[in-house]
Structures are given as C-alpha cells and as structure tokens.
Design a protein around this ligand. Structure first.
Ligand code: GUN
Length: 287
C-alpha cells in the first residue's frame, strides 16, 4: 500500500481564506480582530514561530500586537503586561510564546491570561472545559489534527486511536478530542511497556513524542491513518540539519492508508487554528 498524503499546507490555506472572510465581516461591523503575542527573550525557534504568527495575522485581516520583552524581564512585569492586554477591548486573543526563560513560572503566567482570550487553549479552565464536554478554545495543534482527519474523511466513531505523547499542549487534549468523537483512545508515553504492540492496534495513530523517526513501518497496522506531530532536526549523519517528524515516513507510508508529511502537515494547521481561535474570540466579543 502507498499512503495518501494529507496535505496540511493546502487545508491551512483554505482555512486562512475562510478566516479572512470572517475578519472582513467583523471589520465591516466595526470590530477589528486583534491578537497580542508576547515573546520573552531571543530563543531562535520561538522568534521564527512568532514571526510566522504575526505574518499569518496580517494576511488574514487580523491586527497583531507583538511585544518583544528582554530575557531578564521579571515575572511580575510580564504578568502586569498580560493583565493590561486582558483589559484592552481591542485585543481578543493573548498568547505568551513558550518556553519562557527559566526564572519564570509558565503555569502562573498562563493562568494570568483571561480564559476568554486564551486562544492557545492552555488555561486550566479551557483544559477543563474541553475535558468536561463544553470546549471554549481547543489547543491549536490537536485541533488542527482533528480538522485534517475530518478533511481526509477518516471515521472516528468506535475506532482504536493511539496517541503517543502525553503533553498538556498536544497528547492530553488530543486524546480528549478523539474521545469526544467516540474513538477508543490509548495514550502511550516514555514509560509505556511494548509501545510497538499498542501502536499496531491503532486505526488512527498520532505521534507527538519529539523523537526523530521513532515510529517505524513495523509498528503500524496496514491501512492505519498516521498523523505526525513531530518537528525534529536530525543531529548528525547524512541528513544532518534536515527537518523530520516522529514518524519514519519512508517505511510507514508503505503500510499506512494515509499519512501527514513533515514539513507541510500538522505544522501549518497549528498556525491556521490559532487564527480560527482568534476570530472566534473576536466574534464572541463582538456579540
Ligand atoms: N511554543 C511551542 N508551541 C507553542 C504554542 O502552540 N503556543 C505557545 N504559546 N507557545 C508555543
């Protein structure tokens, strides 16, 4: 079998154009949607991510407010800035780029964001809302994965779904979203005994571990749908520096029925879903 490629770039483009239509409608009604992005320090990967977020906003008719704070900013000063943005009615979404410098408590900072502006969906009240079946903002990466599965026509009701990874940002909310759709969900992690055996049972396999090419063809059930959330740089060897996912694309694409590529899979969808959450925040605020 040669797997069908689920094209994240194409679907993200379509979603961005839908967001642009909604943004234009809001502007006509007198409300310009606004997203504030706070970057503390100079982490190179975070700097690139934030630049992309600002560019996406510009292209979709969302006003972006970029706050670049020095790495030695105190936590109190960051919290004060978050509170200021919470109180600003022209700002509908507030995002603090992670990771934060070591002297800051990320949990405390995220909890300071007003839940109705938490477009990352990381606030404990948004995580709880997702868990109890009343979602407000869904974290962008797993939300994007769900959109890709739906777009590819993947049936979820009653299927075996295996999520490899248990982070608060991807693994756990992903499991909740799959459960919401009546999949039977298993969450695997670094302490899971016989990971390969769990993976081989999956009709839908989501890899979000952060280890280059760790899911290989022999770990995948023939015909399974495989979603690769990983984004790794290969440290050495002939492919050194190249971007790759958690899935060994060459071997898995011979076994799976559908697969997402890296790059061009989940990554652009994460960015697109941030725009969707922001436009939803603005629409709710506009009434
Ligand atoms: N760092 C890596 N991914 C993300 C994300 O989705 N949101 C935020 N705020 N920081 C991140």
């Amino acid at each position: 079998m040669t797997a069908k490629i689920i094209d994240g770039n194409a679907l993200a483009r379509q979603i961005r154009s839908e967001v642009a239509v909604r943004a234009a409608k809001l502007v006509t009604a007198g409300c310009t949607p606004g997203l504030a992005v706070i970057l503390v320090g100079e982490d190179p990967a975070s700097t690139v991510y934030v630049r992309h977020k600002v560019k996406d906003c510009e292209e979709s008719g969302i006003r972006s407010i970029l706050d670049r704070l020095p790495a030695d900013t105190t936590e109190e000063a960051l919290l004060a800035r978050v509170r200021e943005l919470n109180a600003d009615p022209s700002v509908h979404g507030v995002l603090v780029q992670l990771p934060l410098p070591k002297h800051m408590d990320s949990h405390r900072v995220i909890e300071a964001i007003a839940p109705e502006k938490d477009v990352d969906g990381f606030h404990v009240s948004n995580a709880g809302a997702l868990m109890t079946g009343t979602p407000r903002f869904r974290p962008c990466t797993p939300y994007g994965v769900m959109r890709m599965l739906d777009h590819a026509g993947v049936k979820l009701d009653g299927v075996e779904a295996v999520v490899v990874g248990r982070s608060n940002i991807v693994g756990k909310p992903q499991a909740m979203m799959l459960l919401e759709r009546n999949a039977t969900v298993t969450i695997c992690h670094s302490r899971t005994r016989d990971l390969a055996e769990h993976c081989r049972r999956a009709d839908v396999l989501i890899a979000a571990v952060g280890r280059a090419r760790m899911i290989t063809g022999d770990m995948v059930k023939p015909g399974a749908v495989v979603i690769d959330v990983g984004m790794n740089r290969i440290p050495d060897g002939p492919d050194a520096g190249k971007l790759c996912g958690d899935v060994d694309f060459d071997s898995v694409s011979k076994v799976a029925s559908a697969i997402t590529p890296v790059p061009g899979g989940v990554g652009p969808m994460t960015r697109a879903m941030l725009l969707v959450n922001t436009i939803e925040a603005a629409e709710r605020a506009a009434g």
